[in-house]
Design a protein around this ligand. Structure first.
Ligand code: NAD
Length: 499
């Protein structure tokens, strides 16, 4: 075992950081056709890390054409599943072999603590690719029970060219949740990373090529949403679009699909997830730790963040006191320091958004119980301390709108019915948690929660084997697990007359 890298080591590596900056189309690095670039700005200090190709419709056209040629060529789309498995397993190993470099990219570009990048983002990315690689030659098609005079086959086929548009909060993991099943199923892919965190996706594309994924099968096109993203979602030769991001953008993407070619659409959108502590819960310390993790991990920039703590009035003071104790251990620090547990907010716009919601909470009459300030301004970066509001009521903006930052809104209730009504009072439905030692209550309450993922006596349990996604305006379709294949395959029924 080598010694883990220190802050000084990471700073030295950061000083020599030289990321890929051009689009990866048909296995080659290309500038944007217009020659335009945009700065990838580091949230650690507000400085530009690199000038990245600002791709637009002509570049999307080139990438989609390359993806279509690759799909029709068939060296990936019609390859034996065991071949795709072997190549994707190599890809997963290459991700692991470049762990430090990818982790540094994620931290510098997006602001998360290096410890999290190393222990969460890179291993989860590699594991996701590996899991779909291993799955692909174990999925069988069907023979329908139509009787003796016919044979009816129900088979899955790759859709063709898939466009993936992803956000910045977990740049590699969100990409991997698309890349794994899309490629394992035999499709070609055009990936558009967020303009706020484009760098790791470019390296991911390069590692895929090195692993043996044929040129044109996996293209990476950096650019803005209203240019490159829109062009991809509107493209008439894209068969499916898979999106992760805000609900507002998801609605636009769905509209683009309708306006163009009725491409298949799947959406993983926002959330305002309730974390409900019922009156019979006793272990205050445990629920407080989990609740703090649910809202402060990744600087609160999590779609599934437990942003509404809905706690029985008899427990509220004790739970909030314990949450505050945990929060004080989480002062934001230099994201390159392995000891740091809370990093930087992704950019100035998001920082202003979070601080704007802190003001909105106060204006609407909630009590600022902890935090609320910008910190580490001398660094030039974007840092906010863990923030807790008490006395929040359902109509307040901080109870209804997704903040996407380390801001917890606390609401109280008297009866279980009231708790359930508060929990479901949202147009989102991504995640929800309930804390109770009573088995029947846990089942009854979980069934009544309108959310795609329910946690009982825990928060944010995670595994690639289970579906991830939401009810209502949190999205359509599911990432992860074998169910993700549904989004990237078409079902074909083939009748054979046996008479
Ligand atoms: P966003 O909607 O601003 O951007 C997401 C992506 O869409 C980016 O790549 C962006 O460039 C692109 N985009 C923007 N406008 C576009 C347009 N007009 N056409 C096509 N593409 C466009 O979201 P964000 O700020 O990057 O990410 C935060 C959001 O993502 C939050 O709402 C969060 O809840 C959500 N999210 C959801 C999940 C999930 O699995 N449900 C996971 C992570 C993040």
């Amino acid at each position: 075992m080598t010694d883990p890298l220190t802050l000084a080591d990471w700073r030295t590596r950061a000083a020599g950081f030289a990321p890929r900056t051009r689009a990866l189309i048909d296995g080659r690095w290309c500038d944007a056709a217009s020659g335009a670039t945009f700065d990838a700005v580091s949230p650690l200090d507000g400085r530009a890390l690199a000038a990245v190709a600002a791709c637009d419709a002509p570049d999307i056209d080139a990438a989609v054409a390359a993806a279509r040629r690759a799909f029709d060529r068939g060296d990936w789309s019609r390859a034996a599943p065991r071949h795709r498995k072997q190549v994707l397993l190599r890809f997963a190993e290459l991700i692991r072999a470049h762990r430090d470099e990818l982790a540094l990219t994620e931290t510098l570009d997006m602001g998360k603590p290096i410890g999290d990048s190393l222990s969460v983002d890179i291993p989860s990315t590699a594991n996701c690719i590996q899991w779909y690689a291993e799955a692909v030659d174990k999925v069988y098609d069907e023979v329908a029970p139509t009787g003796p005079d016919s044979l009816a086959l129900v088979t899955r086929e790759p859709q063709g060219v898939i466009g993936a548009i992803v956000p910045w909060n977990f740049p590699l993991i969100m990409a991997a949740w698309k890349v794994g099943p899309v490629l394992a199923a035999g499709n070609s892919l055009v990936l558009k990373p967020s303009e706020k965190s484009p760098l790791s996706a470019l390296r991911l594309g390069e590692l895929a090529l090195e692993a043996g994924i044929p040129p044109g099968v996996f293209n990476v096109v950096p650019g803005f949403g209203h240019t490159a993203g829109k062009a991809l979602a509107l493209h008439p030769d894209v068969d499916g679009i898979t999106f992760t991001g805000s609900t507002a953008t998801g609605k636009l993407v769905m509209g683009y699909a309708a306006q163009s070619n009725l491409k298949r659409v799947s959406l993983e959108c926002g959330g305002k997830s309730p974390n409900v502590v019922l009156a019979d819960w006793r272990d205050v310390e445990r629920v407080a730790r989990a609740s703090a993790f649910a809202i402060f991990f990744n600087q609160g920039e999590m779609c599934s963040a437990g942003s509404r703590l809905i706690v029985h009035e008899s427990l509220k003071d004790a739970v909030l006191e314990a949450v505050a104790r945990v929060a004080r251990e989480l002062a934001p620090g230099d994201p390159l320091d392995p000891a740091t547990r809370l990093g930087a907010i992704v950019d100035r716009t998001q920082l202003e958004r979070v601080l704007g919601y802190v003001r909105a909470g106060q204006e609407d009459g909630a009590t600022l119980a902890l935090g609320g300030r910008q910190l580490r301004q001398e660094s030039g970066g974007f840092f906010v301390e863990p923030t807790v509001f008490d006395g929040v009521t359902p109509a307040m903006r901080i109870a209804r709108e997704e903040i996407f930052g380390p801001v917890l809104s606390t609401l109280t209730f008297r009866t279980e019915d009231e708790a359930l009504a508060l929990a479901n009072d949202s147009h989102y439905g991504l995640a929800a948690a309930v804390w109770t030692p009573d088995l029947k209550t846990a089942h009854r309450f979980s069934r009544a929660l309108r959310a795609g993922m329910v946690y009982v006596n825990c928060y944010d349990a995670d595994d690639i084997t289970v579906p991830f996604g939401g009810y209502r305006q949190s999205g359509i379709g599911r990432d992860k697990s074998l169910h993700a294949f549904d989004k990237y395959t078409e079902l074909k029924t083939t009748w054979i007359d046996l008479t």
